[in-house]
Write a protein that binds this ligand. Structure first.
Ligand code: UQ8
Length: 192
């Protein structure tokens, strides 16, 4: 019995440090993208609802609720949900990537590290690989911040959204909308 107690304590310590899951805190996270119309007018928009998780093996997932698109103009949000994303059929965009948990574990509070990785983006029934440069900062025992070091440029045609952009252009009577869309993010994770 006496021998069991240290073993249990060791196991409890190990599970608290080595094998933790990280869960995204939506309130503390942002994901923004920039549209450019008529060759000159750039506007920054965001998605308000994100979900994310990194498991013990380093499988990281980010889910973006496309219905939560927020361009500060309700009619435009509605048109983006219907004409661009078709959220009735494709309500979410999903990003998956593999994270080196040893690297993450070695980070002390106040430390940060740069990661050049590859993620898979599934959007509108299409999946593509994207290169992503991120800064990961350990804010405390239970907090991680993951931010884009550079914008990720998504081309609408590569994720099946060229036709939707054309519909938006037509309905708004615009001469053009750029298909190249820069995306930036700041994601806050809490250890569960
Ligand atoms: C610990 C650790 C390391 C964890 C890692 C965790 C993890 C998994 C991290 C992942 C990180 C990662 C790889 C992130 C990548 C994020 C990306 C790239 C997400 C993609 C997000 C996404 C879905 C982007 C959208 C893409 C796209 C092509 C959008 C098109 C946007 C455009 C161009 C919209 C046009 C808007 C516009 C100008 C409309 C015209 C308009 C209309 C129609 C209107 O009605 C109106 O008002 C009445 C107007 O105003 C007057 C208009 O302008």
């Amino acid at each position: 019995m006496n021998k069991l107690i240290p073993a249990i304590l060791l196991l409890a310590f190990w599970s608290g440090t080595a094998g933790a899951d990280w869960v995204l805190d939506n309130e503390e996270s942002t994901l923004s993208f920039t549209s450019t119309k008529a060759n000159a007018a750039a506007e920054v928009h965001k998605f308000g609802m994100l979900k994310g998780h990194v498991d013990k093996s380093g499988n990281a997932t980010l889910k973006i609720d496309l219905n939560s698109v927020d361009t500060a103009i309700e009619l435009r949000d509605e048109r983006m949900r219907e004409l661009l994303f078709n959220t009735a059929e494709f309500p979410e965009a999903t990003l998956t990537m593999s994270v080196d948990m040893q690297q993450l574990k070695a980070l002390q509070a106040g430390d940060s590290l740069s990661i050049d990785g590859t993620a898979e983006l599934s959007l509108h029934g299409t999946s593509i690989e994207i290169a992503v440069a991120m800064k990961v900062a350990r804010l405390g025992a239970k907090r991680l911040l993951v931010a884009s070091e550079k914008p990720v440029i998504i081309n609408a045609a590569s994720v099946g959204l060229a036709e939707g952009i054309e519909k938006l252009r037509e309905v708004a009577g615009l001469p053009s909308i750029s298909p190249a869309v820069p995306v930036t993010f700041v994601l806050s994770f809490e250890r569960s």
